[in-house]
Design a protein around this ligand. Structure first.
Ligand code: SF4
Length: 221
């Protein structure tokens, strides 16, 4: 993670949208729901179209479900998402004075909020420890060889068990950025990758020798 953060700290790279554009907990919540089963590029445009003019639960609650649906039509499952976004805005106003709870269990009770969405709200909205696993985190962790899992939920559990809690919140931002730039779903750019010497797939592609040991790696950092 140190290497990747340093690497993406310099130069012109795609930046994960949740970081850059909508850091407010409510906006993270809504944009993460919009991102479900939707390509990043589409989510970015639609999140801006909905949230720039309607940035709060109060503003969304004044819209009809149909109005929301009309704006978010390009994302996957627009009807269900419009209903959920409307409903959760009303719940936040009724139960939380228009704020978003910073608690995993409470977040999970909101419509269309699963562990990934709740984790994103904690990490991006509240800077709290969580390890949301989206498609990028799941893919890269398996390619890298950090986990051997079939489902994101297993990946989350395995990654959390493999590192101290204070590191959890760094995983999603850096791996999403890596997944959007070099470690793409198809044809990852392994020859350019700053962590390829530690990566199972990268070593295989490059026929690089294994690093000496985990201990020797951590001493060098
Ligand atoms: S070496 Fe290739 S597969 Fe491994 S993390 Fe880098 S880009 Fe991804």
């Amino acid at each position: 993670m140190d290497r990747l953060e340093q690497y993406y700290g310099v130069g012109q790279w795609k930046i994960p949208h949740l970081n850059a554009r909508h850091p407010d907990p409510f906006q993270v919540l809504v944009s993460t729901i919009l991102s479900q089963r939707t390509r990043d590029e589409v989510t970015y445009v639609v999140a801006d179209q909905l949230l720039l003019p309607h940035p709060t639960p109060q503003a969304i609650a004044q819209m009809s479900v149909r109005e929301i649906e009309k704006i978010i039509r390009p994302v996957g499952f627009p009807q269900a998402k419009a209903r959920a976004i409307s409903e959760l805005s009303h719940i936040l106003l009724r139960d939380y004075q228009g704020t978003v709870p910073s608690d995993m269990d409470l977040l999970l009770q909101l419509p269309m909020v699963g562990r990934k969405t709740a984790g994103c709200v904690l990490v991006y909205g509240f800077d709290q420890p969580a390890l949301p696993v989206d498609t990028h985190v799941h893919r890269i962790s398996n390619r890298f060889g950090a986990v051997k899992t079939r489902h994101p939920e297993e990946t989350e559990e395995a990654l959390m068990a493999s590192m101290p809690k204070e590191l959890w919140k760094r995983v999603n931002p850096v791996l999403v950025q890596h997944g959007q730039n070099l470690c793409r779903p198809i044809h990852p750019l392994c020859p350019e990758c700053p962590i390829r010497e530690f990566c199972a797939l990268g070593r295989k592609e490059q026929s690089l020798p294994k690093p000496r040991s985990r201990r020797s790696v951590s001493r060098r950092k």
